[in-house]
Design a protein around this ligand. Structure first.
Ligand code: E4P
Length: 216
């Protein structure tokens, strides 16, 4: 499963990229606003930190303006993936862009039927939001299972990008279901490295090593 960082914070992306485990980045208008940076400048910097896809989102609601915005976004770097909302205009834009070889991430997916439409529109990625789904009394991971089943039934190549990830269990369940990608805030990704027994084990080994008086 590929790991994307869901952030526009350069320092966090640099830290994760240094682990060699980062496969891409997703941003959205809220994350750009939170960074307080110029969107072109920060997107360009992010694109230089990974060879993987960097999702940059359109903000228009109509197809014609989405296409104009996509043109501006894709000129930022070769690895920009245009993010469009799951609406009729968003999927028209998806179809036009992917037919032209541009990567597209269809975002704000909350049902398996919507994911089916995204695949039919040729999306490179579909982003079901599991955390927001859970928050509203639905079962986010069941949504991922349903999409996996439908995509496998028909051999759709659209990658399931599990988004709105809140904790390690979401990551684990996504991997068990066979999602292609998950995108999570850096704090969630860093949390995956931790285990109390790993920490205790290191502590014990180092205490015993100190008793030997040796150094490597
Ligand atoms: C996906 O690409 C979105 O940026 C993101 O996962 C949204 O997550 P949130 O529900 O934590 O805002």
């Amino acid at each position: 499963m590929k790991f994307f960082a869901d952030t526009a914070e350069i320092a966090d992306i640099q830290e994760l990229a240094a682990t060699g485990l980062l496969d891409g980045v997703t941003t959205n208008p809220s994350l750009i606003a939170k960074s307080g940076r110029d969107f072109k400048e920060v997107t360009r910097e992010i694109c230089a930190l990974t060879t993987g896809p960097v999702s940059a989102e359109v903000v228009a609601l109509d197809h014609a303006t989405m296409m104009k915005e996509a043109e501006i976004l894709r000129k930022i770097a070769d690895n920009v993936c245009i993010k469009v909302p799951l609406t009729i205009d968003g999927l028209k834009t998806c179809k036009a862009l992917t037919s032209d070889g541009t990567m597209v991430n269809v975002t704000l997916c909350f049902s398996a039927a919507q994911a089916l439409l995204a695949a039919k529109a040729g999306a490179t990625f579909v982003s079901p939001f599991v955390g927001r789904h859970d928050d509203n009394g639905f079962d986010g991971m069941q949504l991922i299972s349903d999409i996996r089943l439908i995509y496998d039934n028909y051999g759709y190549e659209t990658e399931i990008l599990v988004a709105s990830v809140r904790h390690g269990i979401h990551v684990l369940e996504a991997a068990k279901i066979g999602a292609d990608v998950m995108t999570a805030p850096p704090s969630v990704i860093k949390g995956l490295f931790k285990h109390i027994l790993t920490e205790k084990g290191i502590e014990g080994f180092l205490a015993d090593w100190a008793k030997t008086g040796q150094s490597i």
